[in-house]
Write a protein that binds this ligand. Structure first.
Ligand code: GTP
Ligand code: MG
Length: 205
């Protein structure tokens, strides 16, 4: 690429801040805490409480029967991607009774990962609705639990009724590299959305 084209390419790209707040959302037990813990380069902050008999009939552990704790406030972790871009990761609680915390958690976030489990896809709808309503760019990370049927990204996009530009990526949130790939996909998507919005404003809409 000649240098003039390269300069204009860079000047047209929206600048990504060097520290970015990202939310990791999705239904109960989908793997949010696991993802933040797997990718974080600092010891992640967790706010886990034990699931007790009192949550029987409220917290559906189908598919994650070995789960003994649940997030009651948030997860927090940090990861540095290429070019010194630091992501601050905030994992949300997965249960409806903690919805009151979401607005505060979402404050200042530039994007979100919505984790989905194909056995309980409908559990991701509230997160998707939340980010769509607020115009916050998000992607879908499909956490491929062992024993669950493998669907193609496009099938999942259809089932979740997503716009064609929203990335759907299959992952294993226990694996650092896989989780990192999800976050890189989100950053690229955020940049693309920012560029599109800048063009729209520039065109006077
Ligand atoms: N087999 C398998 N187990 C997984 C996978 N990802 C997470 N788990 C397990 O599934 C359970 C759910 O993980 P969490 O990370 O606590 O889920 P969460 O979304 O933070 O849950 P809440 O905060 O309670 O909503 C844990 O027992 C994990 O060890 C996976 O890809 N495969
Ligand atoms: Mg959790």
């Amino acid at each position: 690429m000649d240098s003039r084209r390269s300069d204009s390419y860079h000047s047209q790209r929206p600048a990504m801040p060097l520290a970015v707040k990202i939310l990791v959302a999705g239904g109960f037990g989908v793997g949010k805490t696991t993802l933040v813990g797997a990718v974080s380069e600092i010891r992640p902050l967790r706010t886990e409480e034990r699931l007790t008999d009192r949550s029987v009939g409220i917290d559906d552990t189908t598919g994650v029967e070995q789960k003994t704790t649940t997030t009651v406030a948030m997860d927090f972790g940090r990861i540095t991607l290429r070019d010194g871009l630091v992501l601050y990761l905030f994992g949300t609680p997965g249960q409806d009774r903690f919805w009151f915390m979401w607005d505060e958690l979402a404050l200042g976030a530039l994007g979100a990962v919505v984790l989905a489990d194909t056995r309980r896809l409908a559990d991701s709808f509230p997160s998707i609705d939340y980010f769509e309503r607020r115009g916050l760019p998000f992607i879908i990370g499909v956490n491929c639990f062992e024993g669950s049927f493998r669907y193609e990204s496009e099938e999942i996009r259809g089932a979740l009724d997503l716009d064609p530009d929203i990335p759907v990526i299959l992952c294993d949130v226990r694996q650092r590299e896989s989780g990192k790939q999800v976050l890189i996909t989100l950053v690229e998507h955020v940049l693309a959305v920012m560029a599109r919005r800048q063009r729209t404003v520039g065109a006077g809409y």
